[in-house]
Design a protein around this ligand. Structure first.
Ligand SMILES: C=C(O[C@@H]1C=C(C(=O)O)C=C[C@H]1O)C(=O)O
Length: 410
């Protein structure tokens, strides 16, 4: 396989240290931005030095790797900072289903970033400043059902639980979509600002119209070190502090949620172990409390055995049982059969990679695909043998609230 780029001249890439740029998101000049932000740190980008639609199919990650090798290989880099995320960087989104179109890699023309209080700017080619276009609100938002109504979705949840009880599989994650229409075109920068403010513990992202604030870190690679935050097992926030506490305690004690979480941990351990010389997974999950839901969470760390890039690790891990199920192949078949929709980028890997193979990729949850005045929102949850369809629906509604808040504001 060869990815002909048609680039004849080296891409001139320049990274320099800059003073405190303030809120990174406020610097985005355009309505089609790239972003990966948590607690005010991360990367934002704009413009396109290179862009590609990754062809669907089982070889898509290998194809993407080859494209990146070509693009980064054509870069003439002057990097005064030399840390993960400097030099040329590509943002990417991969569809959940390998057979779906819509996976995209983009190398922005400008990337502004901050880590540990240190900021830098990378530019590729002509550095003329982009004109800042003012941010407008999208106006009133109306919602319609996506592929299934809420009662129809409850029916497929019940069917999936029955198939699990019948022994066909152990766990499957089912999702649904909601279609939102705004009065005016949706400015992604407004969504990002709202998400980053309300969900600072999550990764607020934007790549090729896929926008969200995900709590789930699929993989971060910094040299040989890797980290992952595995989430599975959820309860909505309580209506009072004591209700909230007892919901959290019930989640930690729930056999169904602990089993659901164990499936997710086992899938991550299974895929990471062969790649790692050391791998630590905690014995017990802890609670991650977000403004809309509480999750069972496990922080996984490890050391890569060889020079696998972050995208190689993404390729090995996706789809984890946190968004697919157990066993993976059966779960994917059940998802295709029951959901009646294309998940597009939802629940797929989203993030960035640099020329050294370092980067951060999340699972694109609490997200929507934005196009003009329209947004397609997604949410789902893990289904186990004892899952109650009404509770699963309530969990999905709580997860939809992230993007509804981004669209509607406070
Ligand atoms: C599927 C989603 O979230 C995933 C499913 C979870 C669960 O079922 O408990 C928890 C976190 C995520 O791994 C979603 O947000 O749409």
């Amino acid at each position: 396989m060869s990815v002909a780029l048609g680039i004849t001249r080296p891409l001139p890439v320049r990274t320099t240290s800059v003073g405190d740029p303030g809120d990174l998101l406020q610097s985005l000049p355009k309505t089609a931005p790239y972003a990966w932000i948590r607690h005010g740190e991360g990367l934002v980008g704009w413009g396109e030095a290179a862009r590609v639609a990754v062809p669907p199919g089982p070889g898509r990650f290998a194809w993407a790797r080859e494209w990146l090798t070509d693009v980064f290989g054509h870069a003439a880099v002057r990097d005064d900072v030399g840390t993960p995320g400097t030099g040329p960087v590509a943002f990417g989104t991969f569809t959940f289903d390998e057979d779906s179109p819509g996976s995209v890699l983009v190398v922005p023309q400008a990337v502004l970033a901050r880590r540990d209080g240190h900021a830098w700017l990378t530019t590729i080619g002509d550095t003329t400043l982009e004109r800042f276009s003012p941010i407008r609100t999208p106006g009133r938002i109306s919602y319609g059902d996506g592929s299934l109504t809420a009662p129809e979705w409850e029916t497929i949840v019940a069917r999936a639980a029955q198939r699990i009880r019948d022994g066909e599989l152990e766990k499957v994650v089912l999702a649904r979509d909601l279609l939102a229409t705004a009065e005016r075109n949706i400015d992604i920068r407004l969504l990002l600002a709202r998400l980053a403010t309300r969900y600072p513990d999550c990764y607020t992202f934007s790549v090729a119209g896929l926008v969200g604030a995900t709590p789930e870190l699929l993989i971060r690679r910094t040299g040989q070190e890797i980290e992952s935050l595995v989430l599975a097992g959820t309860t909505p926030r309580g209506t009072s502090p004591s209700d909230d506490l007892s919901r959290g305690a019930a989640l930690l004690a729930s056999a169904k949620d602990r089993h659901e979480h164990e499936c997710a941990i086992a899938s991550v351990r299974h895929t990471l172990a062969p790649l790692c010389s050391a791998l630590q997974t905690p014995d017990e999950p802890e609670l991650l409390v977000l403004p809309n839901v509480q999750h069972l969470a496990s922080h996984v760390t490890g050391r890569l055995a060889d020079g696998a890039s972050v995208l190689d690790v993404v390729a090995a891990m996706h789809p984890t049982a946190a968004v697919g199920g157990t066993p993976t192949d059966t779960a994917i078949d059940v998802i295709r059969e029951l959901e009646g929709m294309d998940r597009a980028g939802y629940a797929g890997p989203v993030g960035w990679i640099d020329a050294h193979g370092d980067g951060e990729w999340g699972i694109a949850l609490r997200s929507a695909q934005i196009s003009g005045r329209r947004a397609r929102l997604f949410a789902g949850g893990g289904i186990m043998s004892t899952s109650d369809p009404a509770l699963e629906l309530a969990e999905a509604q709580a997860k939809f609230r992230v993007m509804q808040y981004a669209l509607e504001g406070p």
